[in-house]
Design a protein around this ligand. Structure first.
Ligand SMILES: [Zn+2]
Length: 183
C-alpha cells in the first residue's frame, strides 16, 4: 500500500524535473489529462516548432502546441518564439491531501479536469432523498476553496456541459481518486 512517504517522493521527482526559464515545451493540448503531457523540450525555437508541427500532422485525434517557460509559467509563443500570452495549460500541482481521501461509499470523490486543463476536486454526497455536489480547488497553492466556475477559464462548472460550451464535465477527463491512489 502507498504511504505518504511514497507520494512525497513523487513530488520530489516532479520538482527535480521542473522546467527551466526560456525552455520551449511541446505539450499535448487535447485531450488534456491530470498531468501536463510534455512531448518535447528544447531551448531551440525552430527545433521545437518543427517537432510540434510534425507531431500535429502525425496524430488525428490529439492536439499539440508550443509553449515557452517564463516566470515559472507556461506562455504561448509568437511567430518569433517570444512569449505572447499566459497559457491556459499549466503544470498544475495537485495538493497531496486530495490523493489520500478517505473512502466513503456515500461520497463520490474525484479529480476532474476542465477542458482548459485545470484540475479541480468534485465531491458528490449521495443522500437518501437528495444529493449534494461540492466543487473545490485542489492545487498546492490554492485548495479547499469552493468554486462554481473554473478559476482558470471562468467556465461554469456546476451546470456542466449544458451551459458550458467547453464541456467541463467531459467523461474522458474524469479521473477517480480511487484509481489515482494506486499509482
Ligand atoms: Zn477551465
Amino acid at each position: 500500500m502507498d504511504t505518504e512517504r511514497d507520494f512525497l517522493f513523487l513530488n520530489d521527482t516532479h520538482t527535480f524535473n521542473c522546467f527551466e526559464e526560456g525552455e520551449y515545451l511541446v505539450i499535448q493540448t487535447y485531450p488534456s489529462g491530470k498531468k501536463l503531457r510534455v512531448e518535447h523540450r528544447s531551448f531551440d525555437y525552430r527545433a521545437a516548432k518543427n517537432y510540434c508541427d510534425l507531431e500535429s500532422m502525425a496524430h488525428d485525434y490529439t492536439s499539440f502546441d508550443l509553449r515557452i517557460v517564463k516566470d515559472s509559467k507556461l506562455w504561448t509563443v509568437d511567430f518569433d518564439g517570444n512569449p505572447q500570452s499566459l497559457s491556459e495549460q499549466q503544470d498544475w500541482k495537485i495538493a497531496q491531501k486530495y490523493f489520500q481521501l478517505h473512502k466513503d461509499k456515500n461520497v463520490e470523490c474525484e479529480i476532474v479536469v476542465c477542458q482548459c486543463s485545470y484540475p479541480y476536486f468534485s465531491a458528490l454526497e449521495i443522500g437518501e432523498y437528495s444529493s449534494q455536489l461540492r466543487l473545490e480547488t485542489c492545487l498546492v497553492e490554492d485548495n479547499s476553496r469552493e468554486i462554481d466556475q473554473c478559476p482558470n477559464c471562468n467556465c461554469a462548472l456546476i451546470m456542466g456541459e449544458r451551459t458550458c460550451s467547453r464541456g467541463a464535465y467531459g467523461q474522458d477527463a474524469r479521473l477517480r481518486v480511487n484509481s489515482l491512489e494506486s499509482l
